[in-house]
Write a protein that binds this ligand. Structure first.
Ligand SMILES: [Zn+2]
Ligand SMILES: [Zn+2]
Length: 580
């Protein structure tokens, strides 16, 4: 009898624990812990839970420590039916390849779950098959056009491959580094590859360790939490896959060649080819083991030594793409790249005055907490209906609220702007009389992306001709891994931006628009920039670093970026009203 009773307690505890684990996967706060605490408490229960229920009903279950109403109901369900539907639902959801389906433009969690219920779709392949059979367009909320768009986006996702955004893996990689740093066998550790170059997306993560005890390091590595599969384990290299889906290659080298290995595995290939050519021209041989002259090791322990021996200024990893960095290094003309600490404010945040859930005051407080000198609020305007875009009257009301906030928070200056829509014909959706009242005006394309190149260029140039424009935000419309840039003649846009002193945005959001390559092109035309976060949730204000990475890859210095200026200099650069 006792055995039977114990079984029920144990089973329920196990199920609750499992629910907690599934919820953890979904990144839901607090709830997983609640389930796990309840599980623990039932596992330690001296009485039989079935007995408690038989005697006192759900009230009795509620008396158990850590069991709230939601959990009590689930326990009741189990005692009555022998299963918990909620767990089955969670299990079913887990088999959907949510991560990759989310990459398809036009699919959010709700739609993915809807498609799963209606058509049983669990991955991209099945989605494609359903579209081929024209099944999607019959569904509520979809239709011919959205079916076609989804198909195009799938093609894009497939060609861009399974690359991860830096922001998706950075936290996990940091945790792995922390674990390694605790091992006394690790003498030095660095992440190499595209991760170190801060490329917008990365394939595999390359970790490099200097140690004289590689076996111990490899054994630790393969037993780390979160490892889902080991592809290969050797003395100097181990490759494995993490549960999140990305691969890690770990290499262990002797301390004496750590620098040359780091240089070699940081890449890019193009940079390394050019560097090896330079080495040969100077009578050296360069490889992952070191820099040699007539067979004698000349440098290799650290990277700086290698660049120095070759007559080069140190080249920051972000510039190693063979886009002129070696020539610049020889002439000692590597720019001092911008850093996160140079930023003094943000000119792209959205408040609940229009479409988001965060108030202007919350944005201001967070900006103060970040040590900013100024913060720009830039809500969407009326043509963007899904974001409850503001009209002229609402902008005037917002100005009053901002005035109040400026009085309340003297330690920061709040600038009132807007993110004004560039309509199909190149006109703006807010009248000049209202634009004139704003401190700054961002303009951007948010609809009608499919136009001929000349038409799109004309459209954006016309919008930029408006005398009140401060900044062209997300200038190409692309979203990393999701949407390609629209067709536009950027050379013309950059020339005009430089002529009219219109700033170009480097977005720190998942758009990362402009990208590194175009940032460099624009800089060469003389353009200046704003690095913005496009904040829709408070935590977005922390993603400024991703914009900084792109700016560095685009060769920007502090001088190129206007939101590094102190408060007393910034207003003249962003406001157009004064100059007219
Ligand atoms: Zn926008
Ligand atoms: Zn925006």
């Amino acid at each position: 009898m006792t055995f039977y009773l114990k079984m029920k307690n144990e089973k329920i505890a196990k199920i609750l624990f499992e629910i907690g684990e599934y919820l953890e996967l979904d990144n839901i706060p607090f709830k997983p812990r609640a389930y796990q605490m309840a599980a623990l408490s039932i596992d330690n229960l001296e009485e039989d839970i079935q007995g408690i229920y038989n005697e006192k009903g759900i009230k009795g279950v509620l008396e158990i420590q850590g069991v709230g109403k939601g959990i009590a109901l689930k326990i009741e369900e189990y005692l009555k039916t022998g299963k918990i539907k909620y767990l089955e639902e969670l299990k079913r959801r887990k088999t959907i390849d949510v991560k990759n389906l989310l990459k398809v433009e036009g699919l959010g969690p709700k739609r993915i779950s809807f498609l799963n219920k209606e058509l049983g779709i669990t991955n991209i392949l099945e989605l494609k098959q359903a579209i081929k059979k024209n099944k999607l367009k019959e569904l509520k909320g979809f239709g011919e056009k959205s079916q076609q768009n989804i198909l195009e986006s799938i093609a894009f996702v497939e060609t861009s491959g399974l690359r991860y955004m830096l922001s998706e893996v950075q936290k996990d990689v940091s945790m792995i580094l922390e674990k390694f740093k605790k091992l006394k066998e690790v003498e030095k550790i660095e992440v190499a590859g595209s991760y170190r170059r801060k490329k917008e997306t990365i394939g595999d993560v390359d970790i490099l360790i200097a140690s004289s005890k590689p076996k111990k390091i490899m054994d630790e590595f393969t037993s780390f939490e979160g490892v889902s599969r080991v592809w290969g384990k050797g003395k100097t290299k181990t490759s494995l896959r993490m549960e999140k889906g990305f691969n890690i290659d770990l290499r262990v080298v002797p301390l004496g060649s750590f620098g040359s290995a780091l240089q070699y595995f940081t890449g890019s290939k193009e940079h390394n080819v050019a560097l090896r050519r330079l080495a040969i021209s100077k009578g050296y041989k360069l490889n992952e083991y070191g820099l040699f002259k007539e067979g004698v090791l000349k440098a290799g322990k650290d990277e700086v030594g290698i660049y120095k021996k070759l007559g080069l200024q140190f080249i920051p990893p972000e510039l190693r793409e063979n886009r002129g960095e070696i020539e610049a290094g020889l002439k000692r003309k590597i720019p001092k790249l911008i850093e996160l600490k140079d930023i003094r404010g943000d000119f792209h945040t959205h408040s609940n005055f229009a479409g988001t859930l965060i108030s202007m005051e919350e944005i201001v407080l967070k900006a103060i907490q970040k040590g900013y000198e100024y913060i720009g609020i830039s809500d969407h305007t009326k043509a963007l209906k899904i974001e409850n875009g503001l009209d002229e009257k609402e902008l005037a009301l917002q100005a009053k609220e901002i005035e109040k906030l400026n009085k309340k928070y003297r330690e920061i200056r709040i600038f009132h702007g807007a993110e004004v829509n560039i309509l199909k014909d190149g006109s703006l959706d807010i009248k000049n009389s209202a634009l004139k009242e704003l401190d700054f005006v961002n303009i951007g394309v948010h609809a009608n992306f499919k136009m001929k190149k000349e038409e799109m260029t004309e459209r954006v140039l016309k919008a930029m001709s408006n005398p009140y424009v401060t900044c062209l935000v997300h200038p190409t419309g692309r979203i990393v891994n999701k949407r390609e840039a629209y067709d536009i003649d950027l050379e013309k846009i950059f020339e005009f931006a430089n002529l009219r002193k219109i700033l170009l945005e480097v977005s720190s959001s998942h758009r990362l628009d402009l990208n590194d390559y175009n940032i460099k092109k624009a800089k060469e035309k003389g353009c200046k920039f704003l690095i913005n976060t496009d904040t829709h949730m408070l935590k977005h204000m922390d993603r400024m670093k991703y914009g900084i990475y792109q700016a560095r890859r685009g060769w920007l210095t502090k001088k190129d970026v206007i939101n590094t200026l102190p408060l007393n200099k910034i207003y003249g650069k962003i406001s157009r009203s004064n100059n007219l």
